[in-house]
Design a binder for this molecule. Sequence first.
Ligand code: GLU
Length: 474
Amino acid sequence: MKYKKLRVRFAPSPTGQLHLGGARTALFNWLFARKHGGKFLIRIEDTDKLRSKQEFTDQICDSLKWLGLDWDEEIVYQSTRIDLYKSAIEKLLEKGNAYRCFCSKEKIAEERKQAEISGSGYYYSGTCRNLDEKLVQANIKNGQPFSMRISVPEGYTEFDDKIYGNIRVNNKEIDDFIIARTDGNPVYNLVVAIDDNDMKITNIIRGEDHISNTAKQLLIYKALNYPIPEFAHLPMILGPDKKRLSKRHGATGVQEYRDQGYLASALINYLALLGWNPGTEQEIFPPDELIKQFSIERVQKKSAVFDERKLQWMSGQHIYKKSASEILNSIRFNDPDWRKSDDEHYVLKVIELMKERVKSLRDMQEMTGMFFDDPLEYDEKALRKKWKDNTINDLIAKFERSLEKIELWDAEQLEIVLRNLAEREDISAGKIIHPTRLALSGTGSGPSLFDMMVLLGKETCLRRLQKANKILPY
Ligand code: GLU
């Protein structure tokens, strides 16, 4: 489908950092815009003065930038648009689509209580809907506080959701909801409709928790004669326990994933598959491929389940596909001084060797220490299994002597020397490989021993073997 002048927006409330659900909403909007040559806009919904904070706005924007979700126009802040909202309220009032409600808090609370007792849902009784104009003016004159309510007409409100299909709500189920509080502040459902119209948004893509708001917003669209945009509500994201994804499920802020060393492209890839699938077996997508393949029609209704292990796997796949220098750049983006004093050529070789074994940039940092420093300790479990007694010391001493004689220090030679020794001793190669690995790296696992030895170089290997042979077994 070709959209003319397509405009979408991501509209976060700056009351917390960007979490995964918000990032997924932003991503789907961005993919949709990029795919159809439209515009992707940001609107900061900061009308709640108490809970909105500039630091959260900054964090959200930083996270979007880190993810690579660039936006096309200046950011719109709701807090600067109060005049626009006030004039829309005036218009609604003039047209008879809204009215002043003088009902006190106590009266409303009592109505609510009665509804609870009788087990029926609460709907505003409509007391002030048809107040005599003289009474209204007298109340205003007396300084009686009032809120503003929309006058919901009879009938049905319906829309065709791109994902959930036709949704039809009997207006009887929507009471005359408040559009401005007694302090004059407009409420969310009003300002969203006004802003989306003013920003010429053609497609609204947001979480399915907003479906019930959509009907209310449509009443405002109709009352103000706004053109109706298309709606697409995205399925919920659940944690592994099938409850709504929340902090309980571990890191939920995008920045935490960045700090844990995930690549932005991996997180984007993972989030794209939370509710969307390409209809093929393909799972690994760089961002430009996602743009090509994304279609809102393929977004599912069913809730998506967040699976941290899948994300880790995907992260490993994305790292593996990067070049060593791209990986180094990404590490230094988070940690500018990392391995700055080491030879860069050597650092890149280490990264190249290790990139298929790591799941995150942080893994890369933590698992490569052995290439730069001699081990200070040895993994105890591996020790118990692989360096049981001092028969190993004899073997290692023999291996070390054979290594000393090697002139061409490459993987092939190293392997020949090791296998020859194993043959002479009538043992399996593993009997030498495992303790050697332990002596060189301090751990029981890692990349191919011979590749590792080539990188470490002869001098370092011999030094580490001698040292281990002196102090092991403990
Ligand atoms: N500010 C709303 C939220 O953070 C989003 C509103 C919308 O997308 O319409 O949930």
